[in-house]
Write a protein that binds this ligand. Structure first.
Ligand code: HAM
Length: 420
């Protein structure tokens, strides 16, 4: 090819790759439906304003935006949560609560493409709206875990790391650490998971805190499990919520998949209480999934006070993991019947039988051009079709067709009438 005209960070879904995407999407959908979630979708284009409300000008660098011919500032959706909040605020007083909705939007982000991170991806969104409390948090974590199990992964492959934004905020307020913007501090905290231990203190140091405050941040980062948390002698609503959630996690038998991790604070600004991310145990890639509670987002959008929680799970990281572990089913085109005609005199009957078999849900193919029987048979074997039906004048005169099973080579005669 002279030029590669593809766009950076986008993907071409050839049939074998598309079958992998479908494999993931099927697991997502089946799991959400099993929990009673309803599917919805929003538009691909939203106003740029929708994303700026919560995240400010900064978000503009991370998404695709443009001015349309009518002078409107628009953006391609980088995520679904703002759309969901916008949509729900319009209908929430007509719908019974809790609302349990899921969607699989194609999202676009203007990020630097790298392993596990692209500019275009599918993202499974599962959200519960109108329900406060840890049972809803447990439910969404449980959906996320079940999806991964359905795809064949096990507790040895992934871990759900859980924290609570209120716990972190209250801890830092109590220690006199939070003043105004938490962005820089949370960035260091989030990074602490990814960098060598000795690099964290200098990073904290750059934030300009006192030694006592730096120690308090280090103590926070040293909390390594829920028993450490229970031992903390502070009264903190976020801590109580976390302990309640971990107790429910035990009740649900999900304790082997979940752990407390103080470094999980989530980059997006709208999270309030429970926050979580799921990683592959090797932690070589970005998170498979991220989510949590966002109790104030709807209020900020539309004045509607509706608690909410949910997660987004992308297909890219998940696809890499399943690929690396050889866990995708081998791609195989499925054809039930290949119809072979000896001459075009049998074409009309063949076309009618093809439609009849397809109406029964079977996959049927044939050659479009007239070809020698041998060539048609070799096309059937190449696919490979499961069975071949041979349309020969002599058999048709007796009301029969020859059916050949390509895996066993066995041939039988079937009555033409039985195929209608
Ligand atoms: P997020 O953490 O930005 O959360 O994204 C969730 C997941 O989407 C990530 O863990 C990752 O798997 C996938 N993802 C994000 N960006 C990319 C990218 N550039 N390339 C490939 N995959 C990506 C949210 O989007 C929240 N709105 C999720 C949510 C729903 N929270 C509550 N409800």
């Amino acid at each position: 090819m002279k030029f590669d005209l593809s766009v950076r960070g986008m993907r071409d879904y050839y049939p074998d790759i598309f079958s992998q995407l479908n494999y993931i999407i099927r697991a997502w959908k089946e799991t959400a439906l099993a929990y009673g979630f309803e599917e919805f979708d929003g538009p691909v284009l939203e106003t740029l304003e929708l994303y700026k409300i919560k995240s400010g000008e900064e978000i503009v660098n991370q998404l695709y935006n443009f001015t349309d011919k009518g002078g409107r500032e628009l953006a391609l959706r980088p995520e679904l949560t703002p759309t969901l909040a916008r949509m729900v605020s319009k209908v929430q007083n007509q719908v019974s609560k809790p609302m349990k909705w899921f969607s699989i939007p194609r999202c676009m982000r203007y990020e630097k493409p790298q392993k596990g991170r692209l500019r275009e991806f599918f993202q499974f969104n599962v959200d519960i709206l109108g329900e406060e409390g840890e049972m809803a948090d447990l439910e969404i974590i449980s959906v996320a875990i079940d999806c991964l199990l359905k795809l064949g992964l096990s507790k040895a492959d992934f871990v759900v790391k859980i924290n609570n934004r209120d716990f972190a905020a209250e801890y830092f307020i109590e220690n006199g650490i939070i003043k105004g913007n938490t962005h820089a501090l949370y960035k260091v905290i989030d990074n602490a998971r990814k960098v060598k231990k000795e690099l964290t203190r200098p990073a904290i140091n750059e934030l300009g805190f006192s030694v006592k405050q730096e120690d308090a941040i280090e103590n926070y980062l040293s909390l390594s499990n829920s028993s450490d948390l229970a031992k903390l002698s502070i009264s903190n609503t976020g801590k109580e919520s976390l302990l309640d959630l971990f107790s429910l996690i035990n009740n649900a038998g999900l304790q082997d998949y979940c752990e407390f991790d103080p470094t999980i604070v989530r980059g997006l600004d709208y999270y309030t209480g429970t926050v979580f991310e799921i990683f592959d145990r090797s932690e070589k890639m970005r998170a498979i999934c991220g989510g949590g509670r966002y109790n104030n987002l709807l209020k900020e959008f539309s004045g509607v006070d509706l608690p909410a929680c949910g997660f987004g799970m992308g297909d890219v990281v998940l696809g890499e993991i399943l690929s690396d572990k050889g866990m995708f089913p081998v791609y195989q085109k499925q054809v039930d019947y290949f119809l072979v005609r000896v001459t075009d005199n049998e074409l009309e009957l063949m076309l009618r039988i093809a439609r009849s078999l397809r109406s029964r849900g079977l996959t049927v193919e044939y050659t479009y051009k007239s070809l020698p029987v041998k060539k048609q048979m070799s096309k059937a074997s190449k696919i490979p079709a499961k069975k071949v039906l041979i349309f020969g004048a002599d058999e048709i005169a007796r009301g029969k067709l020859v059916e050949k099973d390509l895996s066993t080579g066995e041939e039988i005669e079937v009555p033409v009438d039985s195929l209608f």
